[in-house]
Design a protein around this ligand. Structure first.
Ligand SMILES: [Zn+2]
Length: 281
């Protein structure tokens, strides 16, 4: 676990930083109540899926072997809960308090919109894995994306609460252009449309260029080894390549940092909420 001395060193780094890059993985969302590995909330919300042998949301990521009725009964309810119903949470608002006066930027693998919902600026955000709030053609027949809500709103009242199946085939969503399947615009295969996020990526590149010779702090939270190429490894590279950069790595299971940047890093073993709260107090 982290100790008081490390927290004080982190506070000093935060205070001295000209710019802060927040880099967030699933570990941050878990503390805000979105846990894809949690079997208890899954059993409560999706009893029909439990009967079919599933134990948590993570098992259904990228799953393909289901009927449209079951697929959309589950996906519409899950997206509604994760992207549209999850309330603001202190773990995010306290994090914002930490960087509010700084030139900050956020990169996250999370697709839940929680940075926006908790007051972070939209033009300082890079959601490189996509966003549940957007839909695309699964084929895809074009690079178009559309707001998710109009697709799932008619589905929600037509879900059988016991089986999670859609009871009315007329509400099943289709691509407005070609009539084929649609899917949320999140990275899950070669079909993923990246266009909506290219401007975000360019803004982050420019921001990093601007801070190349300045006092940059990378505050990485909850990014482990599920998809390390998305957040964890790029952050190590940024710190390695920016001579004045420092890294604070907050991770419950894997706080280790590579030898090459160890003298410019602080590793805090813990989950997001206690660490951010300790920094915030
Ligand atoms: Zn299409």
């Amino acid at each position: 676990m982290f100790d008081h001395h490390d927290i004080q060193r982190c506070r000093d780094l935060l205070q001295a930083a000209d710019a802060v890059l927040i880099a967030a993985g699933a570990g941050l969302a878990i503390d805000a109540g979105i846990d894809y590995m949690d079997s208890e909330s899954f059993a409560r919300d999706f009893p029909g899926m439990v009967k079919l042998g599933f134990r948590c949301r993570a098992e259904l990521m990228g799953y393909a072997d289901w009927s449209p009725e079951l697929k959309w009964g589950y996906l519409a309810a899950n997206v509604n809960q994760v992207r549209f119903q999850t309330p603001p949470h202190p773990v995010y608002t306290r994090l914002l308090d930490l960087v509010r006066e700084k030139d900050y930027f956020v990169i996250t693998s999370n697709v839940d919109g929680l940075f926006l919902k908790n007051g972070f600026a939209e033009d300082r955000l890079y959601t490189r894995q996509g966003d549940y709030a957007l839909m695309q053609c699964q084929t895809p027949c074009s690079n178009a994306v559309w707001p998710t809500w109009p697709f799932i709103e008619p589905i929600l009242p037509k879900i059988d609460p016991a089986t999670q199946r859609v009871t009315d085939p007329n509400v099943l969503p289709h691509c407005p252009h070609c009539g084929e399947d649609v899917i949320m615009n999140v990275r899950g295969g070669a079909w993923f449309i990246e266009e909506p996020y290219r401007d975000q990526a360019a803004r982050l590149d420019q921001w990093l260029d601007r801070h190349r010779t300045r006092n940059l702090l990378v505050l990485e939270i909850g990014a482990g080894f599920n998809t390390p190429s998305v957040i964890r490894w790029p952050m190590e590279h940024i710190v390695y390549a920016h001579p004045h950069a420092h890294l604070i790595r907050v991770n419950k299971h894997y706080p280790q940092v590579p030898r090459e940047i160890a003298d410019r890093s602080i590793a805090l073993q813990g989950s997001a909420m206690p660490v951010i709260t300790a920094l915030w107090e």
